[in-house]
Ligand binder design. Structure first.
Ligand code: DP6
Length: 355
């Protein structure tokens, strides 16, 4: 092997937006959640991370990570956990077959680009760590399946484990202390319910005030609402949501999505000091969805908010005019909103426009 040889692999990973939220860790070391969660992967949207992983003996520096052109610190426990696990899988391949190039110890260079605001509550860490893990797995030619890779991505960022799958994706919290049974699984492929659409309303592209990691730990430590959410409400809703997806029952899907978003933000408000992710514009979006559903006489639109003010509205293609059309007409490009109609893109679509 020539010293200057560069091994290289690229991939992209999409964001996912949870309809049953992950919020709370029972073990920060292995990044294990207090409750299971379920999301929709926006596989065909423009919201994705593109990542190239390479390694070479010629790299002067040790491991490095460039995100949107900026050098990132790779010494953090989460990035280190991903590197370590992937390297050890490559090492196994090298040990089992002497013809496999020994590249597991070479410095890694990771170059990532997000085509959406980083850390603005648009699931950037989900796409980011999913892409990082898959790019290195490709570079190392690992045979591990998405479930195995999801266990590794989970250690980078919890929500990232769900971006290893397309369609409707669950993340089971698991029971084991080492996290071996805390991984993502596909509830249904995107093709199962191809009419699903997602509209993303960008209220603010600013970095969020309280990071998910810090926020959820403070919630677990201080909120008295949190135990009932984690132990009773979410387990019940996981079952309802899986059934709704399987039966393509949008009314239940929509109702549970909105109630779970409300429940998550209620525990944020119940955190001390309180965490406010929603703002007046977010609340205006909730009102618009309520009026759309009232006019239809049933639930045809469902809002959900992550750790930021931006809204994601799920709806079915047949209601495009009533939902996306109305949002556009009601709010348009005014009042600091960036709204764009959900395009038909394979199964799930997202629209995103920077403001
Ligand atoms: C509100 O996955 O960003 O988006 O594991 O600490 O990196 P860490 O947290 P992260 O939290 C996501 C929280 C959420 C809900 C969700 O995606 O399920």
């Amino acid at each position: 092997m020539a010293d200057s040889q560069i091994y290289l692999a690229s991939t992209t990973a999409p964001v996912n937006i949870a309809v049953i939220k992950y919020w709370g860790k029972r073990d920060p070391k292995f990044n294990l959640p207090t409750n299971s969660s379920l999301s929709v992967t926006l596989a065909q949207s423009d919201l994705r991370t593109h990542t190239t992983a390479s390694c070479s003996a010629s790299y002067k520096t040790s491991d490095s990570l460039l995100l949107n052109g900026q050098d990132q610190d790779v010494s953090g426990a989460r990035t280190q956990a991903c590197f370590r696990e992937l390297r050890s899988l490559r090492q196994k391949l090298e040990d089992s077959d002497s013809s496999v190039p020994k590249i597991s110890t070479l410095p890694l260079k990771i170059v990532s680009e997000n085509n959406f605001p980083t850390a603005a509550g648009l699931a950037s860490s989900a796409a980011g760590f999913a892409a990082l893990v898959r790019a290195i797995a490709n570079l190392y030619e690992l045979k591990e399946d998405p479930t195995d890779l999801s266990r590794i991505a989970r250690q980078g960022s919890g929500s990232a484990c769900r971006s290893l799958f397309g369609g409707y994706v669950g993340w089971q919290k698991g029971e084991q202390q080492d996290g071996s049974d805390s991984f993502a699984y596909q509830v249904a492929p995107a093709s199962h319910w191809p009419q699903m659409r997602a509209l993303i309303l960008v209220v603010s592209a600013a970095k969020k005030g309280v990071s998910s990691t810090t926020g959820m730990q403070t919630t677990v430590a201080t909120s008295s609402l949190f135990p009932s959410r984690a132990n009773e409400t979410v387990p019940r809703r996981m079952k309802e949501m899986e059934k709704a997806v399987q039966e393509k029952d949008f009314e239940t899907f929509g109702k549970v999505t909105m109630m779970d978003s409300n429940s998550f933000h209620a525990t944020c408000l119940d955190t001390y000091p309180p965490i406010f992710y929603l703002n007046d514009v977010s609340r205006a979006a909730i009102k618009v969805v309520e009026s759309i559903n009232a006019a239809a006489g049933k639930i045809i639109a469902a809002y959900t908010f992550d750790a930021g003010p931006n809204a994601v509205i799920y709806y079915l293609e047949e209601n495009e005019k009533e939902v996306a059309g109305l949002f556009k007409a009601a709010i348009g490009e005014k009042d600091g909103w960036g709204v764009e109609r959900g395009q038909k893109l394979d199964a799930n679509s997202a629209a995103y426009e920077s403001v």
